[in-house]
Design a protein around this ligand. Structure first.
Ligand SMILES: Nc1ncnc2c1ncn2[C@@H]1O[C@H](COP(=O)(O)OP(=O)(O)OP(=O)(O)O)[C@@H](O)[C@H]1O
Length: 250
């Protein structure tokens, strides 16, 4: 997870979550090879095929979550500060990284139909609009989203009508690196944002769960831009903009 430009702390945070063994893994007699110490933010790996007496290896991260960790606790510790900084006008990026079957989709999306199993993406959508609804009358918010896919080194706009069109990367001194002509959709609530993401997912080159050589080349970036206009003590409107990038790496 990275929290670029936010106040305080390191800009990049690495958080490790170990999922529980699946029923099949238990049936096959597998055992956990790692121990997670959430208090000391440490993961200890034992080599089951190692020689007798081989010492376990310990690694320390910015936070660690064990097999019984709850989605809400993970959200509060990892994503909540990033989303809060986005609302304050900073940029932040969240992505999950790991081998197939390690729990990336569970952590990022989760099971939307069960509130306590919702992952970072639906929780961040709800959080953004919840904070906006609680903000004072002196602030006006505008929330926009865009969704692009990088596939075979080409960029496609997942929210565009014409999916055959490829977009170009450009750079400008005032805005930095950007994707030219990428569509941007204004969103009024978490459910609407969820629908737009689902629509974009349908336009992806290969289904996200279809693990093969093709899907391993498809990356997607869902960007939420939050603009806030606030009346200052100087009676002038002050504009600030933060972006949250949710990345699905191949
Ligand atoms: N923290 C967790 N608690 C309970 N079950 C989990 C957890 N993490 C993952 N699982 C379960 O483990 C299985 C694999 O997880 P998931 O599909 O999220 O992996 P993935 O890393 O996204 O895999 P792929 O790269 O193949 O898409 C799923 O059945 C999921 O529900």
């Amino acid at each position: 997870m990275s929290d670029i430009g936010g106040p305080g702390g390191d800009n990049v945070k690495v958080i490790v979550r170990c999922r529980p063994l699946s029923d099949m893994e238990i049936q096959q007699g597998h055992q956990m090879a790692v121990e997670v110490d959430e208090v000391n933010m440490r993961v200890t790996a034992n080599n089951p095929a190692g020689e007798v007496g081989e010492p376990p290896k310990s690694y320390t991260f910015d936070a660690t979550f064990g097999p019984n960790s709850k989605q809400v606790d993970l959200y509060n510790r990892s994503a909540r500060p990033i989303v809060e900084n986005v609302l304050e006008g900073y940029n932040g990026t969240i992505f999950a990284y790991g081998q197939t079957g390690t729990g990336k989709t569970y952590t990022m999306a989760g099971d939307r139909s069960v509130p306590e199993k919702r992952g970072i993406i639906p929780n961040s959508f709800a959080h953004i609009f919840d904070q906006i609804s609680k903000s004072g009358d002196d602030k006006t918010f505008l929330v926009r989203v865009s969704y692009l896919e990088i596939y075979n080194e080409e960029i496609r706009d997942l929210l565009a009508k014409d999916q055959s069109h490829h977009l170009e990367i450009k750079e400008r001194p005032d805005v930095g690196v950007y994707v030219k002509d990428l569509s941007s959709v204004t969103v009024g609530g978490a459910d609407e944002m969820d629908k737009i993401m689902t629509l974009g997912n349908k336009n992806r080159s290969v289904g996200a769960t279809n693990m093969n050589a093709e899907s391993s080349r498809s990356h997607a970036i869902f960007t939420v831009t939050v603009e806030c206009s606030q009346l200052g003590i100087d009676r002038q409107q002050h504009l600030r903009q933060g972006k949250l990038h949710l990345v699905d790496l191949a």
